[in-house]
Design a binder for this molecule. Sequence first.
Ligand code: AMP
Length: 390
Amino acid sequence: MNVLVINAGSSSLKFQLLDVDTAEVYAKGNCERIGIEGAFVGYESVAVEGKQKIEAPLPDHKTAMKHVIDIINATGQDFIGIGHRVVQGGWYFPESKVVTDETLGWVREVAPLAPLHNYAEADAIEVCRELFPDKGNVIVADTSFHYNMPEKAWRYALPRDVVDKLHIRKYGAHGTSHRYIWRAAKQFVGDDMHKLVSCHLGSGASLSAIQDGHDMDTTMGLTPLDGLIMGTRCGTIDPATVCYLHREGGYSVDEIDTMMNKQSGLLALSGISSDSRDIEEGAAKGDANCQMAFDMFYYRTGQLIMEMAQSMHGFDTMAFSAGIGENSATMRLGVAKELEWMGVKIDEEKNAIRSGEVREISTPDSKIRVLVVPTNEELMIALDVKDLLG
Ligand code: AMP
C-alpha cells in the first residue's frame, strides 16, 4: 500500500513515495528555493538511475508540486493518500487527522506558534487537494505525540490568564520521529523495554521520555528552541537573557530571535561551523573552542537525559537517532561517558560499526541498554495515513 508523504517548508517541499508495508521507497526528493532564484528539484526514483536534478523556476508550491506529480507518475505507482508533516498542531491535533476544511483551518489558526512552517504546510495541503481531488490527505503534526504529557510536564509557571489567552505550554517537536524511535526500539528489544529516553540528535535536537509508548516529557518547549544545544540554536538559557539583550544590548526582538535560532549553538561555540563533522575535525586538530562545543554538548545532553529519566522515575533503554545520533560514534561515546557514573557502558567496537539497522551498542553489563535507531519520520507519517485512509 503506497503513500505520498509531503514535508513543506517556506521555500522547500520534500516528498517521498513509499510502500507503507515494506518501507520500500519508489521516489524521494526535495524542491528547493521555491520563490527564489536558482530553484531546482533534486530527486531519486526507481524510474531513473542515480541522483537527478531539474533546474526550473519554482515560483510557488503549486509549480513544485506539478514536478512532483511528473516524478511520481514516472514510477508507475499509484498511492492511497497523502500524508503531510505539520510542525505545529497546537491544541487541535492530539493525534493525526484527515484533512477537511475544518482541520485545514486549524493548521492556519495555530500558525502564529510556528509561522515559518505552518502557513507553507497549509498552502501545500491546499495545492494537493486541488491537484489530487480523489485522494485523501492526512495531517500528521510533530507536536501530537507530546500533547498528552502529564500536565506537570507541559504547564509553564506563568500567570494562568496569560497562558490561557495565548495558548502557552510545552508543545515539543520531533514527535513523529520519537514515536517512530519507540516503535522501532520496541520491535528490536521486545517486552523488556518499558522506559526509553529517545535522543533525536540532528541539526535540531530533542529528547523524549517514553514510558510504554506514552510521552512523559520532552526537552523542546513552546518552540523548538528549548532544551539541548543544537547546530545553531542555543537551547535552554536563563529566559531573562532575552530581556537583558533587549534592554542593555539594544537588540530588537527579531534580532534576538535570529541570534538564538540561527547564530548560536555549536556554531557559536566552535566559531567555525554548525556541522558536527567540521567540529570533530577541529577538535582533533586541537582547536579549544571546538572541544568546548563538544564538551558542552555532552554535558547538557547527559543532564537532560537524566531529566527525562527522572520524569519516568528511571529508564531501561536509551536510543540515539538522527544525523548525529546515527552517524557520529564520537558524539555517542561522549554522551555515554557523561552517564558512566550511573552504569551506562558502551562497547566501543560495536559503537564504531556503521549500519542503517537498529543495533545495540552497550556492553552486556551496562545498566542501561543503549541502541542506535535510524529514524524514519516518513514511514511513521505513512503508517498514520494507512490507519486513517487504508
Ligand atoms: P539531521 O538534522 O538529522 O539531518 O542531522 C544533520 C546533522 O547531523 C549535521 O549537521 C551533522 O552535524 C550531523 N551528521 C550528519 N552526518 C554525520 C556523520 N557522518 N558524522 C557526524 N555527524 C554527522
